[in-house]
Design a protein around this ligand. Structure first.
Ligand code: MN
Length: 132
């Protein structure tokens, strides 16, 4: 990267324990104006969300220790983080998962596996983007 963007993009916090999945999202977001933060588990992700106040959290629901469901509930229970958009990334599109993530407080969801454009579109649904 050379220099700073003239207009800072929206901040996306990706909470995901799988390094390969983090790498995929990192790669996809390179072609956007989003600024990416990463956390490797629920506890670290929740702490980072409280500290950095990202515009959006992309949340893996299958996390070791604190689950994505617990992270979403904690974010929505706290007035200082309630306004952060939470997109759940679910391991399957099994019937019932969708309702479950929305019940946990997530604003939207994306089923794995997803295509790069699926993720970009889902983010664009919630955030302003200005691709270069
Ligand atoms: Mn996981």
């Amino acid at each position: 990267m050379i220099g700073l963007p003239s207009e800072p993009g929206a901040v996306v916090l990706h909470i995901e324990d799988n390094p390969s999945n983090r790498k995929v999202v990192r790669h996809i977001l390179r072609s956007t104006s989003y600024y990416l933060l990463e956390a490797v588990d629920g506890e670290a992700g929740l702490a980072m969300a409280r500290e950095e106040k990202p515009d959006l959290v992309l949340l893996d629901m299958q996390l070791p220790g604190m689950s994505g469901y617990e992270v979403a509930a904690a974010l929505k229970a706290d007035s200082s983080t309630r306004g952060i958009t939470v997109i759940a990334v679910t391991a399957s599109a099994l019937s019932g998962d969708d309702a479950r993530v929305l019940d946990a407080g997530c604003d939207d969801y994306l089923a794995k596996p997803f295509r790069p454009n699926d993720l970009r579109q889902r983010l664009a649904d919630h955030l302003p983007d200005s691709p270069e």
